[in-house]
Design a binder for this molecule. Structure first.
Ligand code: TYD
Length: 140
């Protein structure tokens, strides 16, 4: 299994270019799930990291609305780092992928579009627990 084929995908967001400024729109046809929640990270201090967890069921779509940041992704076997820096492109993260967000540029904003409301029980926040969970999944 490769992280790119099963775990993550870069998706384009339609961009409507205009002299007055560009506009991008995310509807249900852009992401492969029904959108249930939107949240965003902002005012992230320099050197700070976010994320550091995986989800059992939740799918998320991350977009750098402004500035840039790196997403470190792990499936228990492989690691990949994706830099997000375009408001018309996003990263789909499927369930069972560990993610860490780092190297936020000053003033950056990370939009997260999610397939579910907030459910703390869906989180795996301990990396060893994640490794155990993902090795169990691969055997099934
Ligand atoms: P956390 O999952 O640690 O954020 P991140 O993974 O982006 O670093 O969440 C930080 C706090 O915010 C935590 O107390 C849970 C709360 N929270 C909500 O109440 N609702 C939400 O939709 C999210 C994403 C977090």
């Amino acid at each position: 299994m490769t992280l790119k084929n099963n775990g993550i995908q870069i998706l384009s967001i339609p961009k409507i270019e205009d002299r007055r400024g560009n506009l991008s729109v995310i509807e249900n046809d852009i992401v492969p799930f029904d959108i249930k929640r939107v949240y965003y990270l902002y005012d992230v201090p320099s050197g700070s990291e976010r994320g550091g967890h995986a989800h059992k069921e939740l799918k998320e779509f991350l977009v750098a609305l402004s500035g840039s940041f790196d997403v470190v992704l792990k499936d228990g076997e492989e690691q990949e780092i994706v830099t997000l820096n375009k408001p018309y492109e996003g990263l789909l993260i499927n369930p069972g992928i560990w993610r860490e967000l780092q190297n936020f540029s000053s003033g950056s904003v990370c939009l997260v579009v999610a397939s579910e409301v907030y459910i703390e029980e869906d989180y795996i926040r301990d990396f060893d627990e994640f490794l155990e969970y993902s090795s169990g999944k691969q055997k099934n």
